[in-house]
Design a protein around this ligand. Structure first.
Ligand SMILES: Cc1cc2nc3c(=O)[nH]c(=O)nc-3n(C[C@H](O)[C@H](O)[C@H](O)COP(=O)(O)OP(=O)(O)OC[C@H]3O[C@@H](n4cnc5c(N)ncnc54)[C@H](O)[C@@H]3O)c2cc1C
Ligand code: FES
Length: 653
C-alpha cells in the first residue's frame, strides 16, 4: 500500500505522541474544561515572568492503586523571583503560601541535555527531577506514572525523559505523557531564579505522584456516537484520548470480559498474584469521564453499510466512528486431550485466577511452549509455587532461538535450569492424557517422552480475534489481522483498528506488520482516537517490549522479523549486553538488551529518529552506543514532526 520510501518520508513528518498530546490534544483547551478557579496566562516555559503575578493552577488526582487523591493550591512566591521555567498552568489549585522552595544545588554544573534528581526531603520518594533543555532548567516529578520507577535512571532526549523500566516518555517541560505505558503525566514544578541561585517550587503539603490529563464530559446535545469494540489497553486509551481531546459525544466500549481493563502483562509475571488489584483505572474514573463500558457483551458482527455493531444477544448498536481493538485469542493446537481438567491457556484474569488456584496444590506442572507467556509463567511457577516440579517444553533445541538467537536463548534456558525448571527441548505436544476422573495425568511429547502432570499450561501462541469480521467487507490479512494505513484507518473510512489486531505499515521496513506488545496497543489506541477525530496523525512509533524472568528484565526495541544477522556487545551470561539484529540490507531492525538500559533507550531513540548506523559499522566498532548517542543528540528534533504535513495528504473524514 505504501512504499518504504514514502513511509520513511512519512516518518520524517511523524508526530511523536508527545507532540501529539501537546499539540493535538492541546493542553490549554483541555484545562479550560476543568471546573477549577480562574486561569492565569499560560506559561509554556518559553517566557520569563515576574513571580508576583504568576499563578499555577489545577487539580491533581492520584487515582490508581488506592492512592489518595490530593489537591494542591499554591500561590506564587511573593518574592521578586524570575520564573525561568514552569509547567504550564496545570496540576495545582492554589492556597496562599502553599509551596516551599528547594535550592537546586547542582544548577551550575548541570549541563545541556543532562538531568539529575534533587532531594527535597529525607524520605526516598522526596525527590524531583531537574533537567536542562535549551539552556533552561525544568523540574518534574522523579517517579514514573506507570510503576513508579525513578526517572533519573532513564535517558533525556531533547525535552523528553524516558523511563528506564518500560520506556514511558514524559515531557520535562509540562510533565505530559509522551508515550505509553504511563497513562498519566508526572507533575511539573516551577523553577525560579533569585540572586543567582535557582530554586524548585514544590507543594508544601507533599509531592503529587502523577498529573492526570483533563477529560471532557459528555454533552447530551452532541449525538455523535463513537463505539470501541474491545476493552483492553488499546480500547481504553482510545476512549480516554477521545475525552482528553475534548470529544463530547457518546463513547461506548464493548467488551466481552466482565471487568474493566487490567494489566494483562502481570498475569504471567505475577502468576500467584491478585489480579483484581490490577485495574488500569478505577471504575469511577471511567464513569466520571462518561465512558460507557458495556461489559459481558460480545460482538457478533459489524455492518459497515448500516454503521452498526451487532452483539451476540441480538442488540444492534449504531456508530458514527468505530475503533476495533479486540486483541488476540489463544491458539489451541490440534491435539487430543485439551479438555482435561487443569489444562489451561493464559490470556485473561479469569485464566490466571484458575491457574493460581490449581497451582496451589499442583505437584507436577508442565508448560507447553517456550513463548513469552510460557517462559514467564514457568519462571513464575517455580519461584511462587515452590512445592511443584516445573517442566518447560520448547519446540526448538534452544528456547527463544528464533527471536533472540542461540546465545541469548541458551542463557535464558540456563536461567530456568538454575531456578530448577526442567527444560525439554525439540519437543512438540502430541497428546494430553487424562485420569479416569477427567483430570490431567500426563503429556506425550514428540520426542517420545511422557511427562507426569497435574497442571498443564499451553503457551502456544495467539491469533487476532477477528472472526466476527469475516463478512464485514473489511480488508483482513492472511493471519486475520485488520489491514490499516498509517492513520490506523481500515478500508472503511469510518472504521479504525488498534492493538494486537492492527496490521499497519511499518516505515523502517516498508512491510505491513502486527505487533503484539502492550505499549504499542496503548499508543495505537491514542492514535486511533486522534484519527477518529480527523486529526490525521500517522502512527510511526518504534515498538518497545519487555519480558521479565527471575527479577531480570530483557528489553527489546524495533521489529526483528526476518533478521539474518546478530551482533552482541557485552556479556550475555552475566546479563549485561546489547544485541543488534539486522537484515540482509545491513539495516539494524531491532535491539535487545539486559543490564544496559541507557544503551537500549539510546538505540530505541536512534531507531525513532532514523539515525541508526549500518549494522556493519557497529560490528566493525566504528559506531558504538556512545557515538550513536551523539548522533541522536545532534539530530535533536530534526526528524520530529512539525505538525505532520502528511496530514494534508489524506482526508480521513
Ligand atoms: C499473559 C500476558 C502477558 C503479556 N506480557 C507482555 C509484556 O510483558 N510486554 C508486552 O509488551 N506485552 C505483553 N503482552 C501482550 C499484551 O498484553 C497485548 O499486546 C495487549 O494486551 C494487546 O492489547 P489489545 O487492547 O490490542 O488487546 P487485548 O488486551 O487482548 O484486549 C482486547 C479486548 O477485546 C475483547 N474482545 C475480543 N473479541 C471481542 C468481541 N468479539 N466482542 C467484544 N469484546 C471482544 C477481549 O475480551 C479483550 O477484553 C502479554 C500478554 C499476555 C496475555
Ligand atoms: S515504570 Fe516507567 S515505564 Fe514502567
Amino acid at each position: 500500500m505504501f512504499s518504504k520510501q514514502s513511509l520513511q518520508r512519512l516518518n520524517q513528518l511523524r508526530v511523536t505522541s508527545s507532540a501529539a498530546r501537546r499539540s493535538v490534544i492541546g493542553t490549554t483547551s483541555s484545562f479550560n474544561s476543568m471546573p477549577i478557579r480562574q486561569f492565569s496566562s499560560q506559561n509554556d516555559g518559553d517566557e520569563k515572568k515576574s513571580g508576583s503575578s504568576f499563578y499555577k493552577f489545577g487539580a491533581f488526582a492520584a487515582l490508581s492503586g488506592g492512592i489518595a487523591t490530593a489537591l494542591y493550591f499554591n500561590s506564587a512566591s511573593k518574592n521578586e523571583n524570575t520564573v525561568v521555567s514552569s509547567g504550564p498552568a496545570v496540576a495545582y489549585a492554589a492556597t496562599p503560601d502553599g509551596f516551599r522552595e528547594v535550592e537546586i544545588s547542582f544548577a551550575e554544573t548541570l549541563g545541556e541535555g543532562e538531568m539529575q534528581a534533587l532531594k527535597i526531603g529525607e524520605a526516598n520518594d522526596q525527590k524531583v527531577l531537574v533537567a536542562r533543555y535549551q539552556g533552561k532548567l525544568y523540574s518534574t516529578g522523579n517517579f514514573c506514572s506507570h510503576f513508579g520507577v525513578p526517572l533519573n535512571g532513564g535517558m533525556l532526549f531533547d525535552d523528553k525523559v524516558l523511563c528506564p523500566a518500560h520506556a514511558a516518555g514524559f515531557s520535562i517541560i509540562t510533565g505530559e505523557p509522551d508515550r505509553a505505558p504511563g497513562l498519566d503525566g508526572i507533575p511539573s514544578f516551577a523553577v525560579v531564579e533569585r540572586e543567582g541561585k535557582f530554586f524548585v517550587q514544590v507543594p508544601a503539603e507533599g509531592l503529587p505522584k502523577k498529573k492526570t490529563q483533563a477529560l471532557s464530559k459528555r454533552d447530551p446535545e452532541n449525538k455523535t456516537h463513537f463505539v470501541i469494540v474491545g476493552g483492553g489497553p488499546a480500547g481504553l486509551n482510545c476512549a480516554e484520548t477521545l475525552r482528553q481531546s475534548n470529544f463530547t459525544g457518546q463513547i461506548t466500549v464493548i467488551s466481552r470480559e466482565d471487568v474493566i481493563p487490567y494489566d494483562r502483562t502481570l498475569l504471567t509475571k505475577a502468576v500467584g498474584g491478585d489480579s483484581s488489584k490490577w485495574s488500569l483505572r478505577p471504575a469511577d474514573f471511567l464513569a466520571d469521564a462518561d465512558i460507557d463500558y458495556k461489559l459481558k457483551s460480545r460482538v457478533y458482527s459489524v455492518n459497515p453499510k448500516e454503521k452498526k455493531v451487532i452483539l451476540v444477544n441480538g442488540e444492534h448498536i449504531h456508530y458514527d466512528k468505530l475503533c476495533i481493538a479486540t486483541g488476540a485469542n489463544v491458539w489451541k493446537p490440534p491435539v487430543d486431550g485439551l479438555d482435561a481438567k487443569n489444562v489451561f491457556f493464559m490470556r485473561t484474569n479469569k485464566d490466571q485466577t484458575a491457574i493460581k488456584e490449581a497451582a496451589k496444590t499442583a505437584k507436577n506442572i508442565v508448560v507447553i511452549g517456550a513463548s513469552f507467556i510460557g517462559s514467564e509463567t514457568a519462571a513464575g511457577f517455580v519461584t511462587q509455587f515452590k512445592e511443584a516440579k516445573v517442566t518447560l517444553v520448547s519446540a526448538t533445541d534452544v528456547p527463544f532461538k528464533l527471536q533472540f538467537g542461540e546465545e541469548i536463548g541458551k542463557m535464558m534456558k540456563s536461567e530456568h535450569e538454575k531456578a530448577g525448571v526442567n527444560v525439554e527441548t525439540s519437543a512438540m505436544l502430541e497428546k494430553v492424557n487424562a485420569n479416569a476422573d477427567g483430570s490431567v495425568k500426563s503429556v506425550s511429547l514428540s520426542n517420545g517422552n511422557e511427562i507426569e502432570a497435574d497442571l498443564v499450561l499451553l503457551g502456544t501462541g495467539v491469533r487476532p480475534a477477528t472472526e466476527f469480521l469475516k463478512d464485514s467487507g473489511l480488508e483482513l490479512e492472511k493471519d486475520g489481522g485488520v489491514t490499516v494505513d498509517p492513520f490506523l484507518q481500515t478500508n472503511d473510512k469510518h472504521i479504525f483498528a488498534a492493538g494486537d489486531i492492527a496490521s499497519y505499515p511499518y516505515w523502517p521496513t516498508g512491510s505491513h506488520t502486527r505487533t503484539e506488545h502492550w505499549v504499542v496497543a496503548l499508543d495505537q489506541g491514542t492514535f486511533a482516537a486522534f484519527n477518529m477525530l480527523g486529526k490525521l496523525v500517522p502512527y510511526g512509533s518504534i515498538p518497545f517490549f519487555w519480558t521479565r524472568h527471575y527479577n531480570k528484565s530483557l528489553q527489546y526495541v524495533g521489529n526483528g522479523q526476518g533478521w539474518t544477522d546478530i551482533h552482541i556487545d557485552g556479556d550475555v551470561a552475566a546479563n549485561k549486553f546489547i544485541a543488534y539484529y539486522s537484515n540482509k540490507n545491513d539495516q539494524v531492525i531491532a535491539v535487545a538488551g539486559q543490564g544496559n538500559t541507557s544503551g537500549v533507550l539510546t538505540l530505541f531513540e536512534a531507531l525513532h529518529q532514523n539515525v541508526m548506523p549500518k549494522a556493519s559499522e557497529i560490528k566493525s566498532g566504528r559506531e558504538t552506543v556512545e557515538s550513536i548517542k551523539s548522533r541522536v543528540k545532534q539530530n535533536s528534533g530534526a526528524s520530529r514532526c512539525k505538525r505532520a504535513n502528511c496530514c494534508q495528504k489524506k482526508n480521513v473524514l
